[in-house]
Design a protein around this ligand. Structure first.
Ligand SMILES: [Fe+2]
Ligand SMILES: [Fe+2]
Length: 478
């Protein structure tokens, strides 16, 4: 049983270290949420043992729920930072405080749905759904009563926002969501109250709230949330789909520089994007993440473009003039170090910056190592390995494999058969696997098989493009 359990778990990645101070602050906020959510139970007079017991129960329940929320967010986002955890629980704290101050005047939908949108965009749907369940379940004021039907509408709307919010790829779709959800909530409440007289109107609405003004308030709150999401992105380092797509814009200054100053690297990057995207689609990974990550993976080569073979145009190779394999290896390592500097300067989010060191992992720079060995047999391999870390996610591992296969596939003979191409791909992937580069990536054997197939499909496309078509005299087929 233990074996099956451990096999079913995602291998532990290097979790982001959260400092003691941050842990303490997060814990204190959780305690504060528990106090705010339960203290009113102690104000009931006369206070008896049963009341104290129910206060203790609620306090513990809220504290445990906050802990579960943090655990779920860590499970969904293994590289979550303390800032992002802080955002999730601070949103819970603010909602609990707002409930105390305004719950009797405004609809719970306007309180819970906008934060759910921020969390689903930045931290994913599962974290958002957990947050929604906790925020909808715990009401700090025992005198505020939420009708089951309103609670149901709240849960449905908040779940739709949480599920779609994690997938939405553009700000325009976000705007549509912020219009259609309030309309949906308005219609569902209106139909249930006015058209089907199942429920007493007084009983249905939370307090004196008017359905139309409540839904309007929800729409305004959601629109404001969308306006503020870019600010949340930069303060808390959130990586929303919209931000990923913005970063993938080839008109971004860094990518423009790459295409002008290192055209060979830019071409290599575009080919890798194709390979990595196809493989990620096959295994059901995050396509937007890998596309953007692939685009920035070699930006570090901008520090010395002509030291990399793809930018040399068959002209002289500075490595030959240098004639020092250890120094050459340092230049190669520098494309990772400088890439990380570029990432910091351009404020690239961490999941994108991770592609820079992880696509090289701790791979050996075989060519320069062999050259060094020719001069000195005792030379230590350590100087010729990238500093790592090895890929920590499926996406960075796919990029490493695509990076390895790209040059080999490009160099392959146009008449090569599919079998030969597959063999080349398999050999490269096998060597990376044997070297331990995929150990932390959580790629299964089945997924590696699919990745090989995906690379082969892209190779077929490349070959197809390279086949010369017969042209008519005036070069047109129309
Ligand atoms: Fe590289
Ligand atoms: Fe590369």
């Amino acid at each position: 049983m233990f074996y099956l359990w451990s096999r079913s778990q995602v291998p532990l990645k290097q979790p982001i270290k959260i400092s003691r101070i941050d842990n303490l602050i997060i814990f204190l906020v959780c305690i504060l949420i528990s106090i705010i959510s339960s203290y009113k139970l102690l104000l009931i007079s006369p206070l008896n043992i049963a009341n104290i017991f129910s206060w203790l129960l609620t306090f513990t329940e809220v504290l445990i729920s906050s802990g579960v929320l943090i655990l779920v967010s860590k499970k969904e986002n293994p590289t979550i930072s303390s800032r992002q955890i802080f955002l999730i629980i601070t949103l819970l704290l603010s909602v609990q405080i707002t409930k105390l101050a305004l719950a009797s005047t405004i609809s719970p939908l306007s309180l819970i749905i906008p934060p759910a949108l921020i969390i689903s965009q930045g931290m994913g749907s599962i974290t958002a759904l957990t947050w929604v369940s906790i925020a909808s379940y715990i009401w700090p004021d025992p005198e505020i009563f939420i009708n089951n039907n309103l609670f149901f509408i709240l849960l449905v709307c908040a779940s739709i926002v949480s599920l779609l919010g994690g997938r939405i790829r553009s700000r325009a779709q976000l705007l549509q969501l912020s219009i259609f959800v309030p309309i949906g909530s308005f219609l569902s409440q209106w139909i249930l109250i006015d058209k089907i007289s199942l429920i007493n109107k007084q009983d249905f609405v939370l307090a004196n709230g008017d359905i139309f003004s409540d839904s309007l308030l929800l729409a305004i709150a959601m629109l404001f949330t969308i306006l503020f999401i870019p600010i949340f992105e930069s303060i808390f380092g959130l990586l929303t789909k919209a931000r990923l797509l913005e970063l993938a814009d080839k008109e971004k200054p860094l990518i423009r520089r790459l295409s002008l100053e290192a055209p060979g690297t830019f071409e290599h990057t575009l080919l890798i994007c194709g390979l990595a995207e196809e493989a990620t689609r096959m295994i059901g990974g995050d396509i937007d993440l890998i596309k953007t990550g692939a685009l920035y993976h070699d930006v570090g080569k901008l520090h010395a473009p002509n030291w990399f073979i793809e930018n040399q145009d068959g002209l002289k190779n500075p490595h030959d003039e240098l004639d020092d394999p250890i120094k050459s290896a340092e230049v190669l390592q520098a494309h990772v170090d400088e890439g990380l500097k570029f990432a910091r300067k351009n404020r690239l989010p961490k999941p994108i910056a991770n592609f820079i060191p992880e696509h090289q992992g701790t791979l050996k720079m075989g060519y320069f190592f062999q050259k060094a060995k020719e001069k000195n047999l005792e030379i230590n391999e350590y100087y010729f390995r990238y500093k790592g870390p090895i890929p920590q996610s499926k996406e960075t591992a796919i990029l490493m494999l695509a990076d390895g296969c790209e040059a080999a596939l490009r160099a392959m003979n146009i008449n090569a058969t599919d079998k030969e191409a597959l063999e080349t791909i398999s050999n490269i992937i096998y060597s990376r696997k044997k070297d331990g580069q995929l150990d932390d990536s959580n790629l299964s054997k089945g997924e590696i098989f699919l990745i090989k197939r995906a690379f082969l499909n892209v190779w077929k496309r490349i070959r197809h493009r390279r086949i010369q078509y017969p042209t008519s005299k005036n070069n047109t087929f129309s």
